[in-house]
Every structure is written in C-alpha cells, then in structure tokens.
Design a protein around this ligand. Structure first.
Ligand code: ASP
Length: 367
C-alpha cells in the first residue's frame, strides 16, 4: 500500500512539475505509463535444487560460486521484469543462466543416466493463459527451457519426448550441441559411485525383471541413495510481471542412474511445474513423489479453492503431504500479489528471491 501511494505521489509530482513548467505536452505518455507501471508489484524466485546440503559439504569457494550464480540468475530475470517484460521471459532468462552453469543439474551440469547419457527434461507455463510447453529425454539441446518455450509458442502440443522432441528442435531457431557438451567429470564420477553401489547391492541384469525380493529392495535402496547423493540440483524460476501475469519454469537432468526412459516431475505440468492466474510453482526433489502428490497444482488449487494464503498452501503440501509420502525436496512459489515462499523439507535448497517489497534473499541452508 505504502509503495503504491508513494509511487502514486511520484506520478502526480511528475504531473505537477510538468504543469508548473508549462511543458505538460512534452511529458510523453510513455514516460507516464512507465512511472505508473512501476507501481504494479513484480516478484521473482529461483531455485537450484534441494537435498542433503550441509555446510560441511561446501568449501567456502564452492559456496561463493553457488551464491554468485544464483545472484546472476535472479538478477537476469528481475531485470526483465523491471523493464516491463513478461514473467515468461523472466523465468526463461533466469533458468538459462543456471542451465549454462556446470554447478546445477540442468543443461551443462546435468546428471548421467544409467546408460551414461544426459537426458534433459524441462517445462514452462504461462499462468495468464494456462498455455504450457514441456520436453523430456532430450540430449542435444543446450537450453532445454527454451525448447519447452518453443513447444508452447510454436507447436500445437504441450509435451514432446526423446527423438520427436529433437526432430522438433531441429526446426526451431535454438542452439543445438553435441551430447558430449553435457559431460562433466563431477557428474560422471557420481554415476560411477552409484553403479558400484548398485553392483554391491546385487541388482541383476539391465531390466531387474529377474530380481528376487532382496535384490529388488537393494535396488530401491540404491535408488533412494541416488536421491541423497546427487543432491538434486534441478533449477527453476517463478515470476510475477507488472501486468499481473504469473509464469513458472523448471529444467533438470533428472536423477543420476535413472533408466528405462524415466521422466521425473519437472516436465509434468501440475507436478513439478504449474502456473495459473493466482499462483506459480516450480519444484525440486525426488520426482516420483512430486508426481504422485501433484505438488505444483495442489498448491495452486489450495490457493484457488480453499483461499489459503500462498505460504500456508505451499507448506501444507511440502511439509505435510510430501513428508507423509516420504518425498524429499522443496518448491518456490509466487502469488498474484508478489508474495514469495520457498519451503523445503530437506536439509537445504539453493534458492533466491526478490518479493513485491523488493526484499532480496539468497540462501542455501535451512537457517
Ligand atoms: N525433480 C527432479 C526429478 O525427479 C530431480 C531434482 O529436483 O533434482 O527429475
């Protein structure tokens, strides 16, 4: 309110000064529109993954790198909003910065599948129209979030996968790369550790179809370990623009050692990514649970139907519903007033935000 009235005064003072100087005609409509626009709330939040992130895990140098890249991603999206740009452009800009960094499990730093490939998933959603675009299992697209945007803007479809998604990508003005671009030593070593553990656990064959009960349990435990060990690292962004439109975007390499064409929650609209007129959500965590709990849609449904405040709705899903299922992770969300909430049930989540009051947060651990 205070901000509104201050800015309101700002607009009328411009008018008064102009009148006093007798140069009202010279004050362009565009300048006044720009001043008026600034009174509309804008907000943005981003995440770079949730999981077991302890202070003892990160050297001061690595922590500084994470914080700097989070700040860069946050600022690129916020700059779009401040210039009067759309929330869709803002979330895409933020996610692209994190996709280009080897630090996060998306784009350049994506994890490896069981077969030693980097298979990327992403989704974007426009809350003002409920338009959405998503891709899964692509191996040659430098910025998967931009391909998801192209699916939304330039195809009649919502979700494209694998070879088909790549065929579509070749028809679009987006940057393609050799799959080797996604090879990073850190992620490769994470896969080797998991493969070793899996072997020690006794999982049989590529399909696991001949596993007995113990072997199946061992494989599941190894997969659970995967969830802990790769520290997630998915990236996402949500934003409110000055027209009052919300958008959400999420991009990921999925989970280390995934196989059989596994797709997580990130590209599933309503699970890892969702936006409507009231609420935008991007999730990170153990995707299977986020799909089963329809996390992103459930939060927005609570806001819409139960009229719950955003933070309450998000906390009910992340800290209660998901915890009861056993699903680890977190979400970022923004509402149509520019309130931001960043709840998680793991030990940490790489996150950053600027809310409608201009309050800036960059954080990693729980405190
Ligand atoms: N949610 C992602 C997935 O399950 C992983 C993550 O958030 O790190 O594919």
């Amino acid at each position: 309110m205070m901000r509104l009235s201050l800015l309101g005064n700002g607009v009328s003072s411009i008018m008064n000064v102009a009148r006093m100087l007798g140069v009202l005609a010279m004050v362009s409509t565009a300048a006044l529109a720009a001043a008026a626009d600034q009174s509309a709330p804008i907000a943005i939040a981003i995440h770079g993954g949730a999981g077991t992130i302890l202070r003892s895990d990160l050297t001061p140098e690595l922590e500084a790198q994470y914080r700097a890249t989070l700040a860069q991603a946050l600022d690129s999206g916020y700059a779009v909003l401040k210039a009067g740009g759309s929330s869709l452009d803002a979330v895409e800009a933020s996610v692209r910065v994190m996709e280009d960094s080897p630090l996060f499990n998306a784009g350049k730093g994506a994890v490896f599948s069981h077969d030693g490939k980097n298979e990327l998933d992403a989704a974007i959603m426009d809350g003002s129209t409920l338009a959405a675009g998503a891709i899964a299992g692509v191996t040659i697209v430098k910025n998967p979030i931009t391909l998801a945007r192209r699916v939304m803007d330039s195809s009649p479809h919502v979700l494209l996968i694998g070879a088909g998604a790549e065929a579509f990508a070749r028809t679009q003005p987006i940057e393609l790369v050799d799959p080797a671009y996604f090879h990073t030593e850190r992620r490769w070593q994470q896969l080797q550790i998991l493969l070793e553990k899996e072997k020690a656990g006794g999982a049989k064959g590529a399909t696991g179809l001949s596993e007995d009960a113990d072997q199946s349990k061992a494989r599941k435990q190894s997969y659970h370990f995967t969830a802990q060990e790769n520290r997630f690292g998915t990236v996402g962004a949500v934003a409110l623009d000055s027209k009052g439109h919300l958008a959400a975007a999420t991009s990921t390499g999925g989970m280390t050692n995934k196989r059989w064409g596994r797709v997580g929650d990130a590209p599933v609209i309503g699970a890892g990514t969702y936006a409507n007129a009231l609420c935008a959500v991007s999730a990170t965590g153990h995707g299977e649970y986020f799909i089963r709990a329809a996390v992103a849609h459930d939060i927005c449904a609570r806001v819409e139907y139960l009229k719950q405040p955003l933070a309450e709705a998000a906390s009910a899903v992340v800290k209660d519903k998901l915890v009861k299922l056993g699903g680890e992770g977190g979400i970022i969300a923004v509402d149509a007033q520019g309130n931001v909430t960043l709840p998680f049930n793991s030990t940490g989540m790489y996150r950053a935000s600027i809310n409608q009051k201009g309050e800036r947060v960059i954080a990693i651990y729980a405190d």
